[in-house]
Design a protein around this ligand. Sequence first.
Ligand code: HEC
Ligand SMILES: [Cu+2]
Length: 378
Amino acid sequence: MITASRSEAAGHRSAARRRWAAWTVLLGLLMAGCGTRELPQSALNPAGPVARAQDELWDLVFWIAVGVFILVQGLILFAVFRFRDRGGDEIPKQVAGNTKLELMWTIIPALILVGIAVPTVQTIFELAQEPGEEALDVRVIGKQYWWGFEYLDEDQQGVITANELHIPTGRPVFLRMQALSATQPDPGFDAAPEIGQGVSNGVIHSFWVPRLAGKQDVVPGHTRTLTIQADEPGLYPGQCAEFCGLSHARMRFDVIAHEPAEFDQWIADQAEPAEAAEDGLAAEGEELFQSQQCIACHAIDGYEAAAGTAAEVRIGPNLTHFASRRTFAGGVFDVNDEAQLKAWLANPQAVKAGSQMPNLGLTDDQIDALTAYLYTLE
Ligand code: HEC
Ligand SMILES: [Cu+2]
């Protein structure tokens, strides 16, 4: 008898301990969500006017919801405790169809909805407006699984980058976004939105830099627009936010904001064509780049002319200034990680599932030479 109740008590204790552990873990998780350190991809931490307008709307809806929550839960708790069965109570008077109450709980929520709808619609219209002359025009190309950025303003000489969008601070950047199929050469800005001729224009992607603006879908056959703007120089990570295939999660990118003068310098550097490799391993790599079909998919400005290929090869990322970038292959690998770059050249699909860069069966020596060459493309 005694032993039975003792083990029962122990059972209770361990159940209580488990409950405590569960609560502690839950609380820990909750607290982890409330960190105060800078969150690089939080829409609640806006870094420019577009994101701020959206965040302000979010704040409004959030605080209204908090008010409604407290009021409703408070009334429920009040009713639960105030009118609980104390034993021996009679069944209270039954009421149905109180016109005054019903009017009240119809009109108040309707007013709340109007209070949310008016600023929402206002903000939607404001943000849909195209920025004026002062905006920087950039074309965004979404492909499986990487992003291309082409600077459209005349004085920017058609600079093209991949997975890295550089912008000046304090100036709206007007993005015109198009989705293209992974293997189709880019036909250029005007021709790109057409679907047809037996060529699919790819799948839907979604361009999202949480600290600079909300999501915008990039839809085949259309040109979608989005304005972003950053107040301060810095790095604003973004990613594809619409499932687009196997490596959707590896379709990241960075927006890098510079002071205007620094941005102009960046554009000037990027507009420079690549220099021919001097000699040695890099020169060997340069030759391989041409003979191993790389040049059929990757543009290197200033090089095609010499190689005699079309100046507009654009199936894969433009590599003119590859070594000046931070990341490659959809923003997931560090450019300066030589071992990673070699693994990429050896078998792209092995390190990034579903990648549209083929395995070209390169030997180790060829990979060494190509890597040496790629690092000269600063
Ligand atoms: C059939 C077209 C094709 C060929 C041929 C090709 N590539 Fe690629 N390459 C791609 C595509 C597409 C990507 C983007 C893949 C991704 O990010 O998922 C890519 C990505 C890359 C990248 C990363 C670029 C970046 O900034 O993200 C490098 C470097 C690269 N290729 C080098 C080479 C070299 C060197 C060769 C020749 C040995 C070569 N490629 C041949 C299509 C090709
Ligand atoms: Cu995508």
